[in-house]
Design a protein around this ligand. Structure first.
Ligand code: ADP
Ligand code: MG
Length: 723
């Protein structure tokens, strides 16, 4: 091995790693773990007085307000249950606008006045917390001196106990608002949008003659992609530590071209990690189901079974936290950034979304003959209309500096938001455009030509992985969510724009004269098909032709965050969010400004890192090698030989390029535009390209400089030795 000493140490440490066996899996079935750390329905039923349990269940299942007195009784039961599980503290858990989970812990213990202490926990402490809000982003909603913030118990998301080696904490999911009542978190708008969706969906169901209608909820199933690399390499890469992605790194000799990684055999250490993280998630009652190798080397995926969207959003945050925590116990770092490595696939989060209830089931279930299923067609048409009207918003909800690296590259959906409907449904909506739909294309079966193999039922449509918003049987899959992002903002948007569309349709249908309901449904479906089918595209979303065609159809193509963030406060967005009481104009403006701020800060940190690494690590390595070559040239000359100067010239050239690029980046970084919008545009148009120039010179040097002088772990080491 000729790598630099720090790299050699990292390689050796990775090589000597032995996987610990920590789970008593032979003795304890995972079913016995499931939900064991959760104050779930079963526990509530067992521990709460019947009347209180019933009242709480009613609130959860119908969205009715919590009855007075309930909280005190629940608090007592919660405290006893948590203390039995070793809890010393309770914490209100919330998601401020950073998108990262926040928690403030308070001890149960209170002095008893006699020199001892007793564990106390009241209904008031359960319902309301008062964390200082001044250090969370507010987008100008309040000044620093107006510091008061409140957390409020979300009854619908279960409390749980989180474990550390030295104790446990009772965790209470909460909403977070400012003293003036303005929303400062991601959960509150999700809950509000779910309420709106319930109201509007019920109007439609009522029109279709249903009498017994349970609360309609949005459902969500997020598939999480991530990378795992040995922590020794991670710690030797300041760019990964501080920015979450590699800012330099030459393409390795082998990448993902053999397509041998996807669904490949999971390496032992990774599988042990998966078992452990899943066991932890089971304990938390998070229904993780699927795991597999992803496309890029050292990339994996975990997916839970779908749940009520609000709970899925909470659980998704816990999944990210758990993956990161457990990876460290296995000597690895879990990278959740969208694009940790250039040249191989990045990570995303596919969000499967639908709506339904306990009485009518999944409202996006087409059945075998969708052309006859008017109720389904109405809900599906509502999605088509909503996505067409608010395509830019759906792009803006997932905007971040890191996601910009992925969207629009040929591995992730394009920044153009279109819908894949599949052959069967597209055909039905094309028929509707012209009038009534009379047929549905058949799905059929598949014979494999071997009698011992089963005859397989075939789906009516193929899949399409290039589409950002794909209908996949009985749900839509939105594929542009960032891998390190909360799904809450997107869920809020989907529920809100869907509510608006359902409202639009219900308002039309409610006016239909008696006996003319079917004709009214047909008319509204035809109208929506005519006006909004432009958003449907079943072809290759990566192709050049689609970009041209999409432009012709008037679909927005918002490539970068600065391009799309203004949509967060566009007229149509504000109208929809205000109409359904989801967020006010002021709250939307705050969110937009925070997104701008985060973008500028993210790019700035990366620019700082690029300069620091280039100047303090790369440049010294390059000039040492240059000196070595220069000495060699002089020595060969002195010995009367004909020295080879081409390497020296090459290195010298790249060092000059590096110095020039650093100077340019440094100037771009020092420049300050006035105002957030101009600042973000400057980051996007000047700073990011200048960073790429530095990277070009650094990556060229990585291919020239002697390996024993190269300071940073290489792509080959991080991606292929980590297992
Ligand atoms: P894929 O092949 O894309 O992984 P799956 O059928 O395995 O597709 O489903 C992926 C995700 O979609 C899972 O999390 C699953 O629970 C979720 N899902 C399935 N049905 C629904 C639904 N009705 N609403 C929301 N998510 C759903
Ligand atoms: Mg999928």
């Amino acid at each position: 091995m000729s790598a630099s000493p720090s790299r050699i140490a990292a390689i050796q440490a990775a090589n000597y790693y032995r996987v610990p066996a920590t789970l008593p899996y032979k003795d304890a079935h995972s079913a016995s773990l499931y939900g064991s750390a959760v104050f779930n329905e079963k526990v509530m039923q067992a521990r709460l007085p019947k009347a209180v349990y019933k009242s709480l269940k009613k609130t959860i299942e119908t969205g009715s307000p919590l009855e007075a007195g309930t909280a005190d009784v629940v608090a007592l039961a919660l405290k006893d249950w948590a203390l039995e599980r070793g809890a010393t503290h309770y914490a209100h858990i919330f998601t401020p606008l950073t998108g990262i989970t926040a928690e403030k812990h308070d001890s149960f213990l209170e002095p008893d006045g006699k020199g001892g202490a007793i564990a106390e926990f009241s209904g008031k402490q359960l319902i309301q917390g008062e964390p200082d809000a001044s250090s969370f982003p507010s987008g100008g909603i309040r000044s620093t001196f107006e510091a008061r913030g409140y957390t409020a118990w979300d009854v619908t998301s279960p409390c749980y106990v989180s474990e550390s080696p030295n104790g446990t904490t009772l965790c209470i999911p909460t909403a977070f608002v400012s003293w003036t009542g303005e929303v400062l978190d991601l959960k509150t708008p999700v809950l509000r949008s779910m309420k709106a969706l319930d109201e509007q969906a019920r109007r439609i169901l009522k029109l279709f003659g249903h009498h017994n209608i349970a609360m309609v909820t949005a459902t969500a199933g997020p598939e999480q992609e991530y990378f795992l690399i040995d922590r020794n390499f991670y710690l030797a890469r300041p760019d990964l530590v501080s920015a979450g992605r590699t800012l330099f790194g030459a393409k390795p000799p082998k990448g993902q071209e053999f397509e041998d990684q996807y669904f490949g055999v999971i390496p032992e250490r990774v599988q042990a990690f998966m078992h452990e993280s899943e066991a932890e998630l089971y304990r938390l009652g998070i229904p993780v189901k699927t795991r597999h190798n992803e496309v890029a080397p050292s990339q994996y995926e975990i997916a839970p079974i779908y749940e009520n969207a609000n709970i899925a959003a909470d659980h998704q945050q816990q999944i990210m936290i758990t993956l990161k925590k457990v990876a460290r116990q296995y000597g690895m770092e879990c990278l959740l950034h969208e694009k940790p490595f250039a040249g191989v696939n990045g990570s995303g989060k596919h969000l499967n979304w639908s709506l339904g209830n306990a009485t009518q089931g999944n409202l996006l279930e087409p059945g075998h003959t969708p052309h006859e299923n008017m109720q389904f067609l109405v809900f599906c048409a509502a999605v088509i209309r909503a996505v067409h009207k608010h395509a830019g918003l759906l792009r803006a909800c997932v905007a971040s500096a890191s996601n910009d690296h992925r969207l629009g590259a040929n591995e992730a959906p394009p920044a153009i938001i279109s819908i894949f409907l599949g052959d069967q449904l597209t055909d039905v909506f094309e028929q509707l455009k012209k009038g009534a739909a009379k047929s549905s294309k058949k799905s059929g079966t598949m014979h494999l030509g071997v009698d011992t193999l089963p005859v397989l039922p075939k789906d009516a449509g193929d899949r399409n992985r290039t589409s950002p918003f794909a209908f996949t049987g009985n749900k839509f899959e939105y594929r542009a969510v960032a891998s390190n992002q909360s799904i809450a903002a997107l869920l809020t948007a989907l529920n809100t724009i869907m509510s608006e569309s359902l409202d639009y349709i219900a308002t039309k249908l409610e006016k239909a004269p008696k006996g003319k309901f079917n004709a009214a449904v047909a008319a509204v479906l035809t109208e929506i098909a005519k006006e909004h089918m432009a958003v449907v595209f079943n072809g290759n979303g990566y192709s050049e032709e689609w970009h041209n065609e999409a432009a012709k159809r008037g679909l927005p193509n918002l490539k970068t965050s600065p391009d799309c963030l203004p949509v967060l406060t566009a007229k149509e967005t504000i109208a929809a969010y205000e109409k359904y009481g989801v967020l006010s104009k002021r709250e939307l403006e705050a969110r937009r400004d925070i997104a701008y701020e985060q973008y500028v800060k993210a790019v700035n940190v990366e620019a700082n890192l690029v300069l620091e690494l280039a100047i303090t690590k790369i440049y010294p390595a390059a000039v040492r090698y240059q000196t070595e070559l220069a000495k060699n040239v002089a020595a060969v000359k002195a010995a009367g030989g004909e020295p080879l100067t081409c390497m020296l010239e090459w290195v010298t050239e790249q060092i000059a390029a590096l110095a020039a690029a650093c100077k340019k980046l440094s100037e771009a970084r020092e420049h300050h535009a006035s105002g957030l919008v101009a600042e973000a545009a400057h980051s996007c148009e000047e700073v990011l390209p200048a960073m790429l120039e530095v990277r070009k010179a650094v990556d060229a040097l990585e291919g020239i400089v002697a390996d024993d002088l190269w300071p940073l772990p290489t792509y080959e080491e991080m991606l292929f030795i980590s297992k």
